[in-house]
Each structure stands twice: as C-alpha cells, then as structure tokens.
Design a protein around this ligand. Structure first.
Ligand code: ADP
Ligand code: MG
Length: 435
C-alpha cells in the first residue's frame, strides 16, 4: 500500500461510512507525480473536488504529517487536469509559510449578522493591527458557527502580508510535540512555535486535562505574548467553563478579548446559503433558499452538505432543483444523519464529555454524576433515535418504560429552568449529530 492509500485508509476509520462512500472513495492518489512535500489526489468531478478541499484537506494534510513527519501540501484536482504552473507557484508559497489555511475562508465570504458581528469585528480589527489590539483573541461558540472560518480569514490576511502564520488544532500541536519529544528535537519545536508572527490554535478546549502539553503551551504563549506576536484561539465554550485547565492558562485566555458567536438568525442563514450557492455555482430560487434556511437549525456546516447533495442529485437525475425535490433530498439527508446514530455512539460521546466510562452509564450505579450522565443519554437517545421506551429501558438498565418517561420529564423540566443545562444538552446533541 502506498502512503496515499494508507492515509485514505486511516481517514476511512475516522469518518462515517456514508461520507466515505460518497466522497473519499472516489479519490485516487497519484504516486508518480506526488513528492515528499506534495500529495496529489484526483477526484472525478468539480463537486467532489470542492467538497473534499473544504472539508478534508486539513485532515488529509494532517494525516500525511503524522505519517511522514513533515508538512505535506495536499492537492485535490480534477482527473485529467494536469497541474498548472500557477498552481505550483501557489503551492510553493503556501509551503514556505508552512500553514494549512483554507484560502476560501476570507472575510468577504463571511456573512455577518447579529449572531456573529461581535466576533467578526474583533477578528477583523486584530487582522488590521496584529499584536496591538486584543491579544490573545479568544473566540468561542457551538459547532459549525464559523469560528475556524473567521480565524483563518485573519490568518490569510496575515499570510498575504508575508507574516509567518501557524494554524494548528490542539490535536496537531500535541502530535507535533510528542514527535519532537520522541526525536529529541524539542529545540526545533520551540523555535517553530515561538518564532512565528501569528499563532492560531483551533479548538483549545482539547487542552483540558492534558498537563504536559498545557505546560508547553504556556511557555509558547508567554514567548509570543512578550514579543508582541498575535495569538488567536477558538473553543466551544468560554475559558471559564473549559475545566481541567491550569489556572494560569485560563486567566491568560481572558487577558485580551473573549468574543462569542451565537447561532445565526434566519436572515444570516439565508445570506450564508446564498453566498455558498455563489461560491459553489449552484442556482437556487428564493423559496428554496428560504426553505433550507428554516429547516436546518444552527450548524452552518450542514448547508454545504445539503447544497452539494442537491447539486449532485439534480445532475445525476437530470432534473431541476425545485421545492419538492429539495424537500425529498433534505428528508433523505436527515434520515441518513440519524441512521448512523445509535444508543451506543451517544453513550460513548456523552461519557467522554463527562469524563466517565460508558459502562458506568449502563450500569446500575446510583452516584450523582452517573445518574446525571445516564439521564442525558436517555434524553438524547429519545430525541435523536427511533428507539422505543422499552428498548431504551433495556439498554440503559432502567426498570421499564415508565422509568424512562419519568427521566425524560425530569430533563424537560431542567431544560426549562436551568440555562446552563440547556446549553449543555444542546452542545452534546450538536456534537453527536455532527459526527
Ligand atoms: P466552527 O469552527 O465554528 O465549527 P467553521 O468555521 O468550520 O465552524 O464553519 C463551518 C462552515 O460554515 C464553513 O464552511 C464556514 O465557511 C461556514 N460558515 C459558518 N459561518 C459562516 C458565515 N457567517 N458566513 C459564511 N460561511 C459561514
Ligand atoms: Mg472549527
């Protein structure tokens, strides 16, 4: 198996079967043209190219980095299209900056509304005045609300000014750290992260309970901050709520500005859909745009999936995209999302989030945190799967269906009375449905 195939195989294990079959399966790796710092994959049509570029190129690059130990630029191209000169030029430029920014994440492509204007304004002003306004800038909010997009929009501005920008997730940062420790090349690690002009770290909540990397990150932070280098961080919650963080880190996260992103209002969703249509060259009538905006809830990431699916189906079946066609495709998509959800996967995600074992949730344990986790699992399973109450009772070790309906009522009351709890349930449901 060549390295390209190996990477695809690893990716297969990390994503759903549906996504794999729909997109990744169509990729072929060009072993002849790929080099040690450039991996070339071919896709059968522009849709798949775009989708994979947007959704998987970071992931693919990251997997190559893990396997080869160095940065690899991943290029997704149409079959038969030979790499053009300009593209090669672009590749060299990106490589020099050694970052994995998605070029289409720009401020121009970001639609601003009440829900995100605070975060937008904060990131924009940082992009115009690196290191001098808010440092660090901390953006937080739910899944798919545009945190990565905004952060990378600033990154692209800096990169175009010739600054050395590092964009990384906590996971990549951690892997990089482990690799350098193993190879006894920590000076190189430190040099890399402490000498850049701008450091963007995505999903910082994953630092939680990882002491070794928190220590290293603390020193990186200090070095950058003391030399006036800009730091931007994102997370799914406010620094105070992350938990499992050293106090000195938590307080530093609040030194600059903490800005939140809220789920988009209807008008913003409509604007986003229109923008995505423009970018992906999909034509939709006004009523279809409105329909999609009302049906999807907050996760903007779903929009791209829906558009690409509409487009693909209409081409495949030679039909125009009208409202009834859209309704069918969306219904199909929702069922498909749900079909992958099982009580087991829900339990696993909730257990991980609450730091207990899945087996404890399914046990007869009565301690407070176990009961709490079990109730949440039951509630979410009832909401998101087709299982009956007796089935839930059996799986979660409850007496019978009355015990389940009692639990669900309890959770409903809690959701009404306790704002923090409601947010927690939403956050977990989002996490579960976005996998
Ligand atoms: P997060 O990092 O918050 O989970 P992302 O930044 O990855 O979310 O956004 C998910 C998708 O939604 C991306 O394709 C992004 O371009 C798009 N998106 C989110 N918010 C907006 C917006 N306001 N305008 C345009 N696109 C958006
Ligand atoms: Mg993100």
């Amino acid at each position: 198996m060549n390295i390209g195939q190996e990477v695809l195989k690893t990716l297969k294990d990390e994503i759903t079967e549906v996504e794999y079959n729909r997109y990744i399966r169509h990729l072929t790796y060009d072993i002849k043209k790929s080099t040690s710092d450039r991996a070339i994959f071919y896709a059968p049509n522009a849709l798949v190219v775009n989708w994979i570029k947007n959704k998987y190129s970071d992931k693919l690059a990251h997997l190559f980095e893990i396997k080869t130990g160095s940065k690899v630029f991943v290029q997704i191209t149409l079959k038969n299209k030979i790499a053009e000169k300009s593209e090669i030029k672009k590749v060299t430029k990106i490589k020099q900056n050694s970052s994995l920014l998605n070029q289409s994440h720009s401020f121009d492509n970001f639609m601003v509304g009440g829900s995100n204007q605070f975060a937008y304004a904060a990131v924009k002003s940082v992009s115009e005045n690196a290191g001098n306004v808010y440092n660090p800038l901390f953006i937080y909010g739910g899944v798919g609300l545009g945190k990565t997009h905004l952060m990378q929009a600033a990154g692209n501005v800096f990169q175009n000014e010739g600054k050395v920008v590092i964009y990384t997730t906590v996971e990549q940062f951690l892997n990089d750290f482990i690799r350098h420790v193993r190879n006894k090349t920590m000076e190189r690690f430190q040099e890399k992260y402490r000498k850049c002009d701008v450091l963007l770290i995505d999903d910082i909540q994953f630092l939680s309970n990882k002491e070794g990397i928190q220590e290293e990150f603390f020193h990186t932070f200090e070095a950058l901050k003391n030399t006036g280098k800009q730091i931007i961080l994102t997370a799914d919650k406010h620094p105070k709520k992350i938990g499992g963080l050293e106090e000195r880190l938590q307080s530093r996260f609040e030194w600059g500005l903490v800005a939140d992103i809220q789920p988009p209002e209807l008008e913003t969703k409509i604007a986003i859909i229109k923008k995505k249509c423009e970018i992906n060259k999909v034509k939709l009538s006004e009523d279809i745009v409105n329909y999609i905006a009302t049906v999807i809830d907050s996760n903007v990431r779903e929009i791209e999936g829906i558009l690409s699916k509409l487009h693909a189906y209409s081409q495949l079946m030679h039909v125009d995209i009208d409202l009834s066609f859209t309704k069918n495709v969306l219904k199909d998509q929702m069922n498909e999302n749900r079909a992958n959800l099982t009580m087991e996967s829900i339990t696993e995600i909730v257990a991980k989030d609450l730091n207990i074992k899945p087996s404890e949730i399914r046990s007869k344990g009565r301690s407070k945190n176990i009961v709490y986790a079990r109730r949440i699992c039951i509630y979410i399973s009832r909401e998101l799967t087709q299982h009956t109450m007796p089935q839930l009772a059996q799986y979660f070790g409850m007496k019978d269906h009355t015990a389940i309906s009692h639990t669900i009522k309890k959770i409903n009351d809690l959701i009404k009375d306790d704002e923090d709890f409601r947010v927690k349930i939403e956050e977990l449901s989002n996490k579960i449905t976005s996998i």
